[in-house]
Ligand binder design. Structure first.
Ligand code: AMP
Length: 210
């Protein structure tokens, strides 16, 4: 199954992708994680992306398209994949379709995790990641176990200011991909303003697997 998770920053895409990857046994491809790894490794692509990312801006389409379209050609993606954070613009959606058409396959479902803006800002600024396992916590809503505090990191773009900017970008650049997929009858809206378990159940129902 080839799935896409779309949603604003803090909607829970990363959390749900981790759960779905295990349930559906498909690789989780996060454009944000791939870009952060490139920044950390200091590759030319990482150097190009870094300033955009710390400002909460989108990395140019050509850079991200190349990265993801190469990744989905890998052997482990033959049985399907779960894209998280890509596509985020209309040109990215079109480039993905073209790359999949070359492989003679297509997207099966686009899951839109919808959450109101005021809730997202609070979710994002309280978010922390365990740098050892990659697991995501929230200091108020999903606190980490005691003794883990030293391993927790906050993303540079998880400040109130960068979050507001990312939300603005989401509404301006990413929401226009929703009608693109709605027209193709692939879009499934899921209410993301619930606990992770409830959202997972809604996703499984939306996929006809609940
Ligand atoms: P994320 O982890 O999905 O929130 O992504 C973190 C940051 O990486 C974003 O704020 C962008 O700067 C960049 N990024 C991730 N995916 C994309 C994409 N599909 N297009 C452009 N920039 C992206």
């Amino acid at each position: 199954m080839r799935m896409i998770l779309v949603g604003p920053p803090g909607a829970g895409k990363g959390t749900q992708a981790g759960i779905l990857r295990d349930k559906l046994e498909v690789p989780h491809i996060s454009s944000g994680d791939m870009l952060r790894a490139a920044v950390k490794a200091g590759t030319p692509l990482g150097k190009e992306a870094e300033a955009f990312m710390s400002a909460g801006d989108l990395v140019p389409d050509s850079t991200v398209i190349g990265l993801i379209c190469e990744r989905i050609r890998a052997d482990d993606c033959q049985r399907g994949f779960l894209l998280d954070g890509f596509p985020r613009t209309r040109p990215q959606a079109e480039a993905l379709d073209a790359a999949l058409a070359e492989l003679d396959v297509q997207v099966d479902a686009v899951l839109w995790i919808d959450v109101p803006d005021d809730i997202l800002v609070e979710r994002v600024i309280g978010r922390r990641m365990d740098k050892k396992t990659g697991r995501i916590y929230h200091m108020k809503y999903s606190p980490p176990p005691k003794g883990l505090t030293d391993r927790l990191v906050q993303r540079k773009d998880d400040t109130r200011e960068a979050c507001r900017f990312r939300l603005e970008k989401y509404h301006r650049e990413t929401r226009p991909i929703l009608p693109y997929y709605r027209e193709r009858k692939l879009l499934r809206r899921v209410d993301g303003n619930h606990s992770p378990a409830t959202v997972t159940a809604a996703i499984m129902t939306a996929l006809g697997l609940g």
